[in-house]
Design a protein around this ligand. Structure first.
Ligand SMILES: Cc1cc2nc3c(=O)[nH]c(=O)nc-3n(C[C@H](O)[C@H](O)[C@H](O)COP(=O)(O)O)c2cc1C
Length: 251
């Protein structure tokens, strides 16, 4: 099917901020006094959790910023070396870690429009110290991992979920960032979706630079089977859905 000129105009509109002038911001849920959604997706009190490592990272990973920026490239082949829990803890801190909670705001290592941070981090774990193969979720408020589910054929599932991109299942781990759009919509209404995508870009760049610091490589992934991946992660695909991935492993 050939896309019409109207289609292009419609989709280019998403990249603009013209929509802002059409919104009555006095009517957003925040302005109307609706309670803010939780900073982190709630979870069952009985869920299995794993404590992550928190260190003075600069004393452990001392690569210069210039070196990290200079060396960063997308890497799609990895060694079979496992990733330590410390390395994983650092990647999670660098991409979504919270540096300060101030009332309803949680400031993180990455910026976010209106400090709304509408993303969650899931990790398909294949080869990480102390962790069984499965899908885990980062809990930034307590710097812990939540066990979502354990699954042995996860490598193949991730390759299928990325339309056959083998490195997504041949990595030591693959991050999957999901969006919970309401966290942003609560403040910005329908002017939320472009900035959620921009937020994910910052997370991706920190992932690249943090991987350089731990001697790992990464490649972010924007081409994936939306419905297949959402189902794999047991997401409803409406109020939460995958938006970006990154496979990583030691160089
Ligand atoms: C938003 C985004 C989506 C991407 N999606 C994929 C992907 O699905 N598969 C892939 O192999 N590379 C993907 N890449 C990596 C790009 O192909 C890569 O950044 C580009 O070729 C430039 O190479 P470099 O990162 O080494 O500079 C993606 C990069 C970005 C920023």
């Amino acid at each position: 099917m050939k896309d019409s000129k109207d289609d292009y105009q419609k989709y280019r509109y998403f990249l603009k901020d013209s929509i802002r002038k059409t919104i009555d911001f006095s009517q957003t849920d925040q302005s109307r006094g609706v309670m803010a959604p939780p900073l982190e997706k709630p979870y069952s009190k009985d869920a299995e959790k794993i404590d992550l490592v928190m260190e003075d990272w600069e004393t452990i990973y001392d690569i210069s910023l210039v070196e990290a920026i200079k060396n960063r490239v997308s890497r799609r082949s990895f060694t079979k070396t496992e990733i330590s829990l410390q390395d994983l803890s650092f990647l999670l801190w660098a991409t979504q870690g919270i540096r300060q909670v101030a009332g309803p705001y949680a400031f993180r290592t990455v910026p976010s429009a209106g400090c709304r941070h509408a993303l969650e981090t899931y990790i398909a774990v294949f080869n990480v110290e102390e962790l069984e193969m499965g899908v885990y979720r980062y809990l930034p408020l307590t710097h812990q991992l939540l066990v979502e589910f354990k699954q042995n054929d996860l490598r193949n599932e991730m390759i299928t979920a990325t339309f056959g991109q083998r490195f997504a299942g041949e990595s030591a781990l693959t991050f999957i960032w999901t969006a919970i759009p309401y966290r942003m919509e609560w403040r910005y209404g329908i002017d939320s979706h472009k900035v959620i995508a921009m937020d994910a870009g910052h997370v991706g760049q920190n992932m690249y630079l943090a991987c350089e610091a731990i001697g790992a490589g990464t490649c972010t992934i924007g081409a994936y089977d939306q419905e297949y991946l959402d189902q794999l992660l047991k997401l409803d695909g409406e109020d939460e859905f995958a938006i970006y991935l990154a496979a990583a492993g030691k160089k």
